[in-house]
Design a protein around this ligand. Sequence first.
Ligand SMILES: *Cc1c(COP(=O)(O)O)cnc(C)c1O
Length: 392
Amino acid sequence: MSPDPQHRPFSPATTAVAAGRPPREQGAPVNSPVVLSSTYVSTGTPSADEMLYTRYNTETWLPLEEAVGALEGAAQPALAFSSGMAAIDAVLRLATPGSAIVAPRHAYLATLTAAREQAEREGSVVREVDIADTDAVIAALAPDGEPAASVLWIESPTNPMLEVADVPALAAAAHAAGALCVVDNTFATPLGQRPLAQGADVVVHSVTKFLAGHSDLVMGAAVTDDADLRARLHARRTTGGAIPGPWEAWLALRGLRTLALRVERSQASALELARRLAEHPLVAAVAHPGLPSHPQHERAAELMDGFGSILTLRPAGGAAAAEAVTRAVELWVPATSLGGVESSLERRRRLPAEAATVPEDLLRLSVGIEDVEDLWADLDRALHAAAGHRDS
Ligand SMILES: *Cc1c(COP(=O)(O)O)cnc(C)c1O
C-alpha cells in the first residue's frame, strides 16, 4: 500500500505496519496468505511478471519485499533471500573481476570471508579499511598502481566494533571513483539510517536480526533504487537458488510490523545501560554510538536517527571475567546473533575467526525489549559474580 499523494508520506513506523497489505476489497484478508506451491498453472510464453515457478518468484515474498523496500525509501521492492549472507553474496558478485572490493576490517565476518573467496576466484583484491576514517577509505578506492575499487562495502555501525561511517561522503567518493556503494544496514535498521537517501546504491540486511526480530528464522534482503541492479540481483537469486521459504517470509513480515516499537524500546534501553555501565566499577570500557565518549558520536547524531540497540563492554579482569559474565547471566541469553526481542550477549573472540583487532575481553550486547531495570540488575549481578575471575 502506498500513501495517497495528497497526504504527507508515512513515517517509517507507519510504513512498517501499513506496507505490503492485500488490496482493500470487501472480504479481503488483512494479511497476505501463505502460498505453498512450487509451480503455477501456465501455458504458452509466460509474461514477464507472471508467477511460473517458486524459485523465480512467489506471492508470499512480495508483501515483505514491498514493506522492506518502502522502509528503505527505495523506488522498488526489496529482494528477499534465504539469509543475510545469500543477499550479501549476490551483491558482492556485482564487483568486477580484477578490481578491488574496499571493505571495513571489522565487517561481519562471513562478509569478509565471502569477499576474500570471490576476490581469489576472480583475480580481485579485498582492501580492508577503518570505515570510520573517511580519508583512509577514500584513499583506498583508487591508490596508484593498484586495482581500482568496483565496490565500496560499508557496514555502519560495524559488527562488533560499532565504528560509524560517514555514508554520504563515502558514497559520493565511491561514485567519483566509479565504484558502487553498498551499505549493510543490519545494525541501524531502516528506522535508524536510510543509506539510499544518503547516496548508497544497494542496501543489504540480515532480516534474521532486527527486521524479523524474534530469533526464529534466518533471512536476508537487498534493496536498490536501480532497476538494472535489481534485475541483476534477481537473476543471481534465481540462478543461485538462495530463496527464502514462504513461512519464513510470512513470519518475517509479521515480525516487521512491530519494528518501530521494538527498536524504540531496545535502543532507549541500550543507551541507558551504556550510561550506567560507563560508571560501573567492574567495567573497564563501554562503547555505544550514543555515548559522548564514542569517537564518532557526533557523526552518528548527525547521520542516524537514534544510536541503535547494540553496545559493547569490557569487564575489568579481562577475557576470563568476560567469559564468566556470559555464564553468570540469568536473563541475558549467552548466544551469538542479535536483534531479537530477548537480550543476548557474546564474547566475540570465543570464535576463532573473529578479527584479531577485536579485544579478547569484548562482550557484544544486543539489547531486547525486556524491562531495563531487570536487564541492569542481571548484568550488575553477573559482573559482580565474575569479579573474582582474572586473566592469569
Ligand atoms: C548476521 C549478520 C549478517 C549475516 O546474516 P545471516 O542472516 O546470518 O546470513 C550480515 N551482516 C550483519 C551486520 C549481521 O549482523
